[in-house]
Design a protein around this ligand. Structure first.
Ligand code: IMP
Length: 202
């Protein structure tokens, strides 16, 4: 029987993005909620990979489908790579991104262009039906801007300027962002890994 992919996230935006990227695997992608799995997961890992795997393993206890999870964050070099794995929790989980983004811009006041380097990092973890575990990681390099720009995307996108595009990731279309983003590239790598293990889920 053909297996589904259960994505361990409550974020509908992520599931939509992931469905687009994984479309050519020809498998149904459902969220935890759609799979009827409602659990609270404590992300207490020290790396993106550990956190992604904690989420994937937790959900894999409840299903024989392929389970995937991601963990991502923004590393600002002039802030010692903060907020990093704490990106969602930076200044408090419920603080608006207008405030979080404003604070990062403020902390970089007086920092020259070439020292405003930053990257988004994403790790994807998968647990296969036979409980084999896989992880992939990818990044996108950019610079912290001087003001928020763009309405697309979410989180830190309005202050993440990508020199090749001359735009922030909030000014890219969904398709453009998926092609170059940390999450898009990490998922592409995971797709290649999964194709190697096709025997375990087809
Ligand atoms: P996660 O959902 O636990 O992986 O948290 C990742 C956090 O990193 C998000 O809540 C955002 O603050 C930030 N982040 C990760 N990827 C992106 C992105 O593509 N754009 C903007 N912010 C991002």
């Amino acid at each position: 029987m053909k297996k589904r992919i259960v994505f361990a996230t409550g974020n509908a935006g992520k599931v939509k993005e992931i469905r687009m990227i994984l479309a050519d695997l020809g498998m149904e992608v459902v969220s935890m909620k759609e799979a009827g799995i409602q659990i609270d997961i404590v992300e207490d890992g020290k790396t993106y990979e550990e956190n992604a795997m904690i989420k994937a393993r937790a959900v894999a206890q409840y299903t024989d489908d392929i389970v995937m999870a991601d963990d991502s964050g923004l590393e600002v070099d002039a802030m010692n790579k903060e907020p990093g794995i704490f990106s969602a929790r930076f200044m408090g989980e419920d603080t608006s991104y207008r405030i979080k983004n404003g604070e990062i811009i403020r902390r970089l006041e007086g920092v020259a262009d070439e020292d405003r380097t930053a990257r988004f990092v994403c790790a994807i973890a998968a647990v296969l039906p036979d409980k084999r575990e896989l992880t992939t990681r990818a990044t996108i390099e950019g610079r912290i801007g001087y003001e928020e720009k763009g309405e697309n995307g979410f989180g830190y996108d309005p202050i993440f300027y990508v020199p090749e595009f001359g735009k922030t990731t909030a000014e890219l279309s969904e398709e453009e962002k998926n092609q170059v983003s940390h999450r898009g590239k990490a998922l592409e790598l995971m797709k290649k890994e999964l194709m190697k293990y096709e025997d375990t889920y087809r």
